[in-house]
Design a protein around this ligand. Structure first.
Ligand SMILES: Cc1cc2nc3c(=O)[nH]c(=O)nc-3n(C[C@H](O)[C@H](O)[C@H](O)COP(=O)(O)O)c2cc1C
Length: 311
């Protein structure tokens, strides 16, 4: 049995599985692979200049007939240029994150673009609903990358939002297998957004060192750090240990900002520097045991071995 629900209907996709937009990871090749396997692939604009984003959108349009979307982190200084690329290139689906959905959602909707906003608590979810987002991504504390300050576990967040919000909920954080998808759906989500598992795929543009670090990491090998300047979940490495130690010593925020610098994610994820870079990843790393193609990942996620399976 194939799951057909509000999320598959909204995006006209086969499975309610979204590949999260990810800096240094999700270019057009990963998004295409996910969309062609029946999910929804997102190009991550977070690490792209407007011209590069335009190139990636053009490539996916030329090479993939399935729906795809673009993730736009709203805090970007050049967000209006990124938005203008998305509109010029006639992108139909946008996932916004890290900012106020009140500013651009109406304009997107007037242009016929579907808008999903990433939230980490009830207040943000109600805000997204009030400005007519089509759906929300509920991101729990288990998620890789930048994280909500409230540190709410995904299960609690889904249950709370399912009681209070009418628009469909896409669950994100720590989901790496079919059981995680089934659990999220049983708690009230209509779909899932998966990051780390796809970050470690063959089609991800991340460095092989980063993919192998995900494969090697055990379930307790990620940590949350930089609470005072913007929480991040990543694999523990010498840089993260240094960051945690600095926080314990209560060093001033400016020093933390300086320690973080501006290129740590690129260094870790794209350049493969396992000591000094940030290796963003979610708590599901322990269950990721090899670098697989997106087709193989989908086979695992939707196969037919249990009566609740997604296919
Ligand atoms: C390497 C990496 C980069 C990410 N970059 C972004 C981003 O640019 N924008 C965003 O909204 N979320 C970003 N995320 C979060 C993902 O889109 C997704 O919500 C999250 O990874 C889900 O948790 P999981 O990694 O446990 O599956 C990133 C996550 C990772 C692991």
């Amino acid at each position: 049995m194939r799951i057909k629900n509000k999320i598959t209907d909204l995006f006209k996709i086969e499975h309610p599985i979204i590949q999260g937009g990810m800096v240094w990871v999700s270019g057009w090749k990963l998004a295409k692979a996910v969309s062609e396997n029946g999910g929804l692939g997102l190009i991550g604009a977070g690490s792209m200049k407007p011209e590069l984003l335009a190139e990636h959108i053009q490539k996916i349009k030329q090479n993939c007939q399935k729906p795809f979307g673009v993730n736009l982190p709203l805090f970007r200084g050049d967000i209006e240029e990124l938005i203008s690329v998305v509109i010029t290139e006639s992108v139909k689906i946008v996932f916004t994150s890290a900012g106020n959905p009140g500013k651009y959602t109406e304009m997107f909707k007037q242009k016929g673009i579907k808008v999903v906003h990433v939230v980490a608590n009830l207040k943000q979810a109600l805000k997204a609903e009030s400005v007519y987002c089509d759906a929300i991504v509920a991101e729990g504390v288990e998620a890789g990358g930048h994280n909500g300050a409230d540190e709410i576990p995904l299960s609690d967040l889904i249950i709370q939002l399912a009681n209070e919000v009418k628009i469909p909920i896409i669950a994100a954080g720590g989901i790496v297998d079919k059981h995680g998808i089934e659990k999220a759906i049983s708690l009230g989500a209509s779909g899932v957004q998966i990051g780390t598992l796809f970050a470690a795929s063959v089609e991800s543009s991340a460095h092989i060192n980063y993919k192998e670090a995900i494969v090697k990491a055990g379930e307790n090998d990620t940590a949350l750090f930089f609470k005072s300047i913007g929480l991040i979940r990543a694999i523990v490495n010498p840089f993260v240990e240094k960051a945690i130690l600095s926080e314990k010593k209560n060093v001033p925020q400016e020093e933390l900002v300086e320690l973080l610098g501006s290129k740590r994610e690129m260094l870790g994820i794209f350049n493969g520097n396992l000591e000094e870079g940030i290796l963003e990843a979610g708590t599901g790393v322990g269950k990721i045991t090899s670098v697989k193609s997106v087709a193989d990942i989908f086979r695992d996620l939707v196969n037919d071995s249990s009566k609740n399976s997604l296919t």
